[in-house]
Design a protein around this ligand. Structure first.
Ligand code: MG
Length: 376
């Protein structure tokens, strides 16, 4: 089964106040959508972000791993556009989620996915626990029985073919995708929602959301990277941003900076957002010969767009020659400058492999890197 998440974020809603639409406002130091996307990353095979055309540039910067689809005039038109974009993709299940629900717990996503193992549709909800009144002109005009009433949340999950057909058949104007599904005769199971899965609507909701995030605590992430480049003819190598005179050069696109490549991959790895090859495909001519600092700078920007800072990183170069020690401090300073962090958070060291293996035979250089990312 292939699962896609469709994050609906095309609205211009301003009830939450502020200059920018609520899904782009800052929540605990990063855009609301950064939280929302992070909740689905790693849970689904494809991420689709439905945006307003004006938001394309910031969406690309925030979510290079998502497919961007421009939304329509209404919520259901926006969802329909995303489903149509996936129509030929082979996706078998889809989770449709409000971009303004940034705190959706992993367990809620899990319950929707589990219910889709046996049913065509499933959505989280919470039973109404407060008494319900009807009111008129500031007075209580009557009470409403709450038996059987639920507060609907997202993600609402469906078998893909069924919900696409349901949207194609629907005249429009539905409140949510469950309504669209039911209009097409699909059964939608109710799974347990969560009080923290709130939809940011009013200014006060942001303070509540920040308090929930604070309670969830610090997020620490580790990533590793590994890279190898072979020696070729030449008179210098680039290692961790420093040009080191040597009787040979490293083979590869541009500077073949094996240490910087490993570190870049460690940061992408900590974010669970792929590797250099995914962000800068070697098959794309525009990246042929690109200098390695472009990759590392991109990884550091992506890290900050997701709300993380670099706790520390550690790069180990494996080679018999050249000697790294005399250059290590310059390498730490170069990497720190590119990432915009203190050099004290960057370690560069080296080891030989006791003349064993390809590094021992002086056929090339290997590099390992670890990055620790922290979000307070
Ligand atoms: Mg490389």
């Amino acid at each position: 089964m292939t699962t896609a998440a469709v994050i609906v974020a095309a609205g211009r809603g301003s009830r939450a106040g502020g200059e920018v639409p609520k899904q782009w406002q800052m929540l605990a130091g990063r855009p609301v959508l950064a939280h929302t996307l992070a909740a689905f990353r790693g849970r689904v095979d494809r991420l689709v972000l439905v945006i307003h055309p004006d938001d394309r540039a910031r969406a690309q910067a925030l979510a290079p791993d998502a497919e961007l689809v421009e939304g329509g005039a209404s919520r259901d038109a926006s969802v329909r556009a995303a489903l149509e974009a996936l129509a030929a993709s082979g996706v078998t299940r889809v989770l449709i989620h409000d971009g303004a629900r940034p705190l959706v717990p992993s367990a809620v996503i899990g319950r929707v996915l589990a219910a889709l193992e046996t049913g065509a549709g499933a959505a989280p909800a919470l039973p109404v626990s407060d008494a319900l009144w009807r009111g008129a002109e500031g007075l209580v005009a009557g009470t409403q029985d709450r038996t059987g009433l639920w507060r609907a949340q997202t993600p609402q999950g469906f078998r893909f073919a069924e919900i696409l057909a349901a949207h194609r058949a629907h005249p429009g104007g539905a409140a949510d995708d469950v309504e669209v599904a039911r209009a097409a005769g699909l059964d939608v199971a109710i799974v347990e929602g969560d009080e923290t899965n709130l939809k940011l609507t009013y200014p006060g909701d942001f303070a509540r959301a920040e308090a929930i995030l604070k309670e969830r605590g610090m997020d620490v992430r580790l990533g590793n990277g590994y890279d190898v480049h072979a020696f070729t003819e030449g008179d210098h190598v680039w290692l961790c941003g420093v040009k080191v005179p040597h009787g040979r050069a490293l083979l590869g696109h541009s500077d073949a900076d094996v240490g910087m490549h490993a570190l870049t991959d460690a940061i992408y790895g900590a974010l669970a957002m792929g590797d250099i090859g995914r962000h800068f495909p070697p098959s794309d001519p525009q990246w042929k010969g690109a200098e390695s600092h472009i990759f590392l700078r991109h990884a550091a920007q992506l890290m900050r767009s997701q709300g993380y800072e670099l706790g520390n990183c550690d790069v180990t170069l494996v080679c018999e020659r050249p000697k790294i020690g005399p250059h290590a401090a310059a390498m730490q300073a170069a990497l720190a400058g590119i990432m915009g962090v203190d050099a004290g958070r960057v370690s560069v060291k080296a080891t030989t492999s006791e003349r064993l293996g390809f590094t021992g035979r002086d056929e090339g250089i290997a590099a390992l890197a670890t990055a620790c990312l922290v979000r307070a």
